[in-house]
Every structure is written in C-alpha cells, then in structure tokens.
Write a protein that binds this ligand. Sequence first.
Ligand SMILES: [Zn+2]
Length: 307
Amino acid sequence: MKKLKSYRFSDAELNKMLWLKELFQENGFTIDRFPEVYYDDFNKVYPEKEHNSFPNEGPVDPDMLGVYRFGLEKDCIGKPCRKSTEGIIILFKDRIEHYSSNTGTDIDSVRFVVLMHELGHWLSHWPIRENYNWRIGFHLSNTHTHEALAQLIAYWVCQHTLHFHTLLKLTPKAHLDPDMIYMLDGRLTLPDGTVVNPENPYGRYWEIKDKSIVEVLNKLHQLRECWMLKDGKMIEFLKSDSDNLEQWLISQGGISENDINLKLNGSDCIDNIPIKFLSLQGFESSKKGYRALRRFGVFGEWYDNNC
Ligand SMILES: [Zn+2]
C-alpha cells in the first residue's frame, strides 16, 4: 500500500474523541493514545479493487466511506482463536466527497460520523479493561455485533448534535409493505416517517440505543471474554435486560453447538475459552469441559494448539 495522507482532526472531532476517551476510562478501559487515522482515496488503499465499486444505488453505510483495518498474527491461520493486531482508521477521501455532493450532506459532518463509527470499532476492539481486550476472535464473522457497537458509539457522540441527522442518513431504512405497517414497532419510526431496519447490521444499534452506556460497556467487556459466542447470540445478549452473560446463558438453557465458534475452515481452537464459560451445562472444570466439548466435534488434537 502506498503511503497514505494523515487525517487532520477538526476541533469538534478532537473534543468528542476526548469525551469518548473519558467515557471509556470511567468504565474501566485504558486509553493512552488513539489509533492512526488517514484520509486518502479508496483505490490507493485497495488498488486491487475496482475503483468504481462504490454503489450508485442502495443504502450507504459508514464502512463504505471508511474502514477500521486491523491485522491478524500469522500463527494459527484459519483458527477461531486467531489473535488480531491493533488497527488503523482510513477515511476514504474520494468516496466521502462523492457521497457529500450526491446527497447534499455537509462534508465535515460526513467525515465526523464516519470517524466516530470507525473509532467505535477501535474502542470495541483494542483498549484494555481489566487484563484483556478483543484481541482473540475479533476476525470472526460477528458483523451484526461489531456494527451495532460501532454505530452505537457513533450515536452516543452524535445524539443532540447536528451530526445526528448525518448518522441517520447512514442508518439503513426498511422498505415496508404498506399492508404490514400495522406490525410496526413505533420505536423504529423516525420523525420523517422512515423506518430503521434493525435486521441490517448498521441498523441494529437502534434496538439498543436506549440502554445505559454503563450497561453496554459492561456487556462489551463480557463479550470480549466469551468471544467464541456466535453473532446472533451476542446480539441477543446486547438486547437482553440481563447484565450478566453467564446468568443470561443459564436462563436461556445453556449453550449449544450452534451458539459457539469452535471451528473455522476446519480448524479448531479452544485454549482461550474462559473457565466460567466452561462451567455452563456441566462444564465444572476445564478438563471435564474439554471432554464435554467432544459432543460439539472438538477432539484431542485441538486441545493443545498454539494459539
Ligand atoms: Zn463498521
């Protein structure tokens, strides 16, 4: 990748970044410095991709205008417990300019919202609370969880500001059958009559936006520990009224094979499963837990992987 141009933060962006930093610190996260942020053209970042791949139709989401790009350590390729490295943020200059002029949206506001969304990914991923972050398993296809958290963090920053309108533009809307309108949940309807689509990963946050920040960050912390839970289960927990993942899983009748990512491309990895997770459904000890995992198709050769 060619050398990218650094992004120059506006005063408003810096103020909100410091606000986010304090918010996370108050909730036990350690933030010493922010990630690198760049502002450059899409085809410079992805020279192998079609430059004109930006869609002319359909909803635009923040990740079409920017990216949080993290790496993966080389060991344990293809395994669910693969370790990730800290990412960088790139705002796509050409795409942001294009979107801004096409939609008549203030370009500073587009940059602001996309920056906060990508920072939301970094904040979910990297800053440590207690002694861990989401280093393991962040690459799994937990799209709904990752995007719900990033959009929600952007929402915390944007609500009560002029940027809220831009965030709503970057929130997918449902196209409703008029005959179905009676089934509508009023909480999904926006003042202009459009309806947020909570089935889209970028609209998911709308279902959890009224939860307290403390509750959401406590849940994030627990999801990082139980990173092997699948996307749908993570979202259910985020939406639930329970603030304790273990208790919530017990109330749901424990976990099943379909709830956890123990295999990826045929490789397995169970070394990093937390003890409290293994204590569910009769996993009283790690040893017993590993044995119990056999019914999920996890066998001896995977016990001592090097992850
Ligand atoms: Zn995203």
